[in-house]
Design a protein around this ligand. Structure first.
Ligand code: 5GP
Length: 183
């Protein structure tokens, strides 16, 4: 039904839902009771953020940033451009940055610098997926959903060429589909 490009389900929707409960409990334990602004990175973090905030048992506000990475679609070039900035002034605020995946760490590292420059009171990072093998720069991750191997994944917000964001499970894309665009 999802087509010939998908190799297999890596993390099922049930596993994601269960892990979200734990992540939300950890976040609530650390940051609950304070006024929290949850910032999602468009577009990949939209599905994750939408589910995560509804597991939090205290009121939060949300905002979004959009970034575009120059270069090929399945590999980070490390050159990041903000294509939509925040609506809120985050100075003095408690922030939870929500990202879909940390791979080389270059995108998150750039984003953290960008946000820290605005002097929030507290800045924590929550990623759904982490590919530790691929890290090129050390980067702050306070909450991570799943560590995954070095495979290109789609679904639950993550895309390939704009497709598969609405796939409910996290799936591995067949290597031959994306290897031609990977250096
Ligand atoms: P980094 O800068 O850490 O190398 O890459 C972060 C960005 O690369 C993510 O926000 C995401 O857009 C993209 N990315 C890295 N690995 C994957 C993957 O396996 N699947 C998808 N769909 N995007 C990925």
């Amino acid at each position: 039904m999802w087509g010939k490009e998908i190799e297999r389900v890596l993390i099922s929707r049930e596993e994601i839902a269960a892990r979200l409960e734990d992540l939300a409990a950890d976040i609530a334990g650390d940051m609950g009771g304070s006024e929290l602004l949850v910032i999602g990175v468009l577009k990949g973090a939209v599905v994750f953020l939408a589910d995560l905030i509804r597991k939090l048992t205290f009121p939060v506000e949300i905002d979004f940033l959009a970034v575009s990475s120059y270069g090929k679609s399945s590999v980070s070039s490390g050159v990041v451009r903000i294509t939509k900035d925040l609506d809120y002034d985050i100075t003095g605020k408690k922030i939870l940055l929500v990202e879909d995946i940390v791979d080389t760490g270059l995108t998150l590292s750039y984003l953290l610098g960008h946000l820290q420059a605005r002097q929030p009171e507290l800045l924590k990072v929550c990623v759904l997926l982490d590919k530790p093998e691929r890290r090129q720069v050390p980067v702050q991750v306070d909450y991570a959903g799943f560590a995954i191997p070095d495979e290109f994944v789609v679904g639950y917000g993550l895309d390939y060429a704009g497709r598969y964001r609405n796939l409910p499970d996290i799936c591995v894309l067949k290597r031959e589909v994306y290897q031609s665009s990977r250096s």
